[in-house]
Design a protein around this ligand. Structure first.
Ligand SMILES: Cc1ncc(COP(=O)(O)O)c(C=O)c1O
Length: 393
């Protein structure tokens, strides 16, 4: 299977490149490129705004995009709104909570978060006088849930956490977290950026209020993302402008009463065309087989890394990534020697500085897999890592 899958991705067709940074952004299959090109070459129009075929085609793609995202998350398209990214989705929710929070309330998140799921809550606290509270990380690298109920009971206005950590690779017990929050009537937001491409996500089983994701983490283009909202009426739009109103007077406006009220302005049609194709492609694959293969490749990476005396700091059960440190070398030096051999990995703090501090490291190297990763990519990485020791010692 593995060779066939890689063959769909034009950027990976030269034998030179080993791409092990899918957690940062995925490569796209030819079909995504074709879809963007076809959209433009067959006539572009502005969705919502014309009665001619170009515009109708744009409108139809927009509709399909919400439908496919709903299928991905096993929910209804009327609860899916399109954004630019996970970051924008989380900011939209934070902005909506601005008028709902009272001083003295808490916002609960975890020390495991990407900055995208931290900074918006920090600002919301500054704006409202709320206090930010955290679920810590155990020595084993899991969320420390001992005081979860106590924290939720402490006048908590919202609980935001990642589905999978982008540094530790941990899959958090999201069903249990949302159920517990529900007992305390605390709404939940799940940052799904690192989960959507590596496991099935079923929002009929997860009773979260918000689920945020990015298209480029699931083989689509950048600049397009989504937010699932259980009760769209609970949110207010981040942007105001065209396409979201039923009536406007010089001194007032009435918003549409559906999800479109959150999508002001001309939509990112290239992103939408690309994401529709990426999701169609994803659904056509044997996803269970891909997830299994990714897990096996991650295990193999752990063996390779540990056999060369690096310390793995991520969850060894991760389905998609391994983070590691060297007692001798800086992560940027390791990544740079690997890059010289055309092996792409990520080094640094991975936009998760509190997470790194919590596990006692300043920086680390992260290697991550996608559906196109092969055994021979890992073999090349193994050789590359050997060279790192030879060169840096
Ligand atoms: C867990 C997590 N959340 C949020 C983000 C932000 O995603 P984007 O930059 O697409 O908004 C990332 C990106 O790496 C991530 O890994």
């Amino acid at each position: 299977m593995e060779q066939t899958l890689k063959s769909y991705f034009p950027a990976l067709q030269n034998d030179e490149t080993v791409y092990l940074d899918s957690a940062s952004s995925c490569q796209v299959p030819q079909r995504v490129i074709d879809s963007i090109s076809k959209y433009l070459s067959e006539g572009h129009g502005n969705a919502h705004r014309g009665m001619y075929p170009f515009s109708e085609k744009a409108e139809s793609l927009l509709f399909q995009c919400r439908e496919k995202l709903a299928h991905l998350l096993n929910t209804r398209s009327k609860n899916i709104l399109l954004t630019k990214s996970t970051t924008e989705s989380i900011n939209l929710v934070a902005n909506s909570f601005r008028n709902k929070i009272e001083p003295g309330q808490t916002l609960l998140t975890t020390l495991m978060e990407h900055h995208a799921n931290l900074l918006p809550w920090q600002r919301l606290c500054e704006q409202t006088g709320a206090k930010l509270d955290f679920i810590g990380i155990t020595e084993q690298g899991y969320l420390d849930l001992n005081d979860l109920e106590e924290k939720l009971a402490n006048n908590c206005a919202l609980f935001a956490f990642s589905h999978n950590s982008n540094v530790l690779g941990t899959t958090n017990p999201v069903a249990m977290l949302t159920e517990t929050a529900q007992k305390f009537n605390v709404p939940t937001l799940i940052d799904g950026a690192q989960a959507i491409a590596h496991q099935l996500v079923d929002l009929r089983e997860l009773s979260c209020d918000f689920y945020a994701l990015s298209g480029h983490k699931i083989y689509g283009p950048t600049g397009i993302g989504a937010l699932y909202v259980k009760q769209p009426k609970s949110l207010s739009p981040l942007l105001l402008g065209g396409g979201i109103v039923t009536r406007v007077k010089p001194n007032g406006y009435n918003l549409t009463d559906d999800i479109t009220q959150f999508e002001a302005g001309t939509p990112n049609m290239l992103g939408i065309a690309g994401l529709v194709a990426a999701l169609e492609f994803f659904f056509q694959q044997d996803r269970e087989a891909i997830f299994l293969l990714e897990r096996q490749l991650t295990e193999k990476l752990i063996q390779v890394i540990e056999s060369q005396n690096y310390r793995v700091v991520s969850d060894k059960q991760s389905n998609s990534l391994v983070s590691f440190v060297s007692p001798q070398f800086h992560s940027h030096d390791i990544a740079s020697v690997l890059a010289d051999q055309n092996i792409a990995v990520r080094a640094g703090h991975h936009c998760a500085q509190p997470c790194l501090s919590a596990i006692g490291v300043k920086q680390c190297v992260r290697v991550s897999v996608g559906m196109y990763t092969t055994d021979s990519d890992i073999d090349r990485f193994e050789q590359g890592l050997k060279k790192v020791s030879q060169i840096l010692v």
